[in-house]
Design a protein around this ligand. Sequence first.
Ligand SMILES: Nc1nc2c(ncn2[C@@H]2O[C@H](COP(=O)(O)OP(=O)(O)OP(=O)(O)O)[C@@H](O)[C@H]2O)c(=O)[nH]1
Ligand SMILES: [Mg+2]
Length: 327
Amino acid sequence: MPANLTPEFLKARTEFRAAQTPQEKLAALEKMLTTIPKHKGTDKMQGDIKRRIAKLRDSQSHTKQSKGPRLDHIDREGAGQVVLLGPPNSGKSSLLSALTNARPEIADYPYSTVRPMPGMMAFEDVPIQLIDLPPITAEYSEPWVYSLIRQCNLCLIVLDGTLAPEELVDIVEELIMLVEERHIRLVARDARSEEERIKEVCCRIILTKGDQLSDHSPALAELAPLFPALFTSTETGAGLDELRQEVFTVLNLLRIYTKLPGKPPDMGEPYVLSVGSTALDAVKAVHREFVDKLRYIRVWGSGRFAGQQVPATHRLADKDIIEIHLS
Ligand SMILES: Nc1nc2c(ncn2[C@@H]2O[C@H](COP(=O)(O)OP(=O)(O)OP(=O)(O)O)[C@@H](O)[C@H]2O)c(=O)[nH]1
Ligand SMILES: [Mg+2]
């Protein structure tokens, strides 16, 4: 127990112990959180207070017929939904803050995030949604975190890269087990959904705090058999471009731009389709009704020559430009 607890904190704790109703308990816990000295020695206590607050708020929102925001679902925006998963204090919120306009709480104590927070990350001209999650550990995790993992297109396991490589492996193995208990399987390749009860989710490892470590190779080598991993630093920005590129690649996306005959292409926001999409899929994405009126399609990029007329089954490539000719 740290010695330097303030009188305000001790008073709030006494109030908490005397509290009868959930509202009184919540008020006292919130007072405890604002008055507790913020340093390493109180890490565990702060985490404990936050968990109790989150639990009480949740149970209150249930009794109030879920007046609070829904936590187990976030509407997908952009070309894909990516969750940031990991143990406490690993740098999840820092990544969300560095990669998007969202401003989550970042703190040097664990359990600082208690609610999911989305933000939009740009890979070049493609918007991709990132969701910061509260930490999960064998001791405690919010049940709704698993619903969000189940729904996402990609899971980024965020780990403090300064930890010993063996410890990193242990954490990843624990995370794999924790989600597996909830019928989610993290996989390195494309996710499939063959088994009815198991939801596969594609996964990558992001190591943070790369600025605090000179040799990155031991951690990368140790983790490589589990999932592909890369180092980042939100302090220096190192690795963030690679992260954006890796997310785009793993999501298996391609961008299509359109042009009108005789005009330059519209290089504004692209249409984003899955890898393997055909020229006809692109026409559908532009306008469903175009399909019935379609005469032919010209392609710049993946065609044999610029402006080649291609069949509807032609497989498009990233950054192709298409010109749709209707009857
Ligand atoms: N030097 C350095 N510090 C970092 C980096 N990323 C995160 N940190 C620090 O690590 C601590 C934890 O960061 P957060 O982003 O709050 O971690 P979190 O995973 O969101 O933590 P919880 O929400 O509690 O699970 C903070 O003190 C950050 O400033 C980094 O790349 N370099
Ligand atoms: Mg956080």
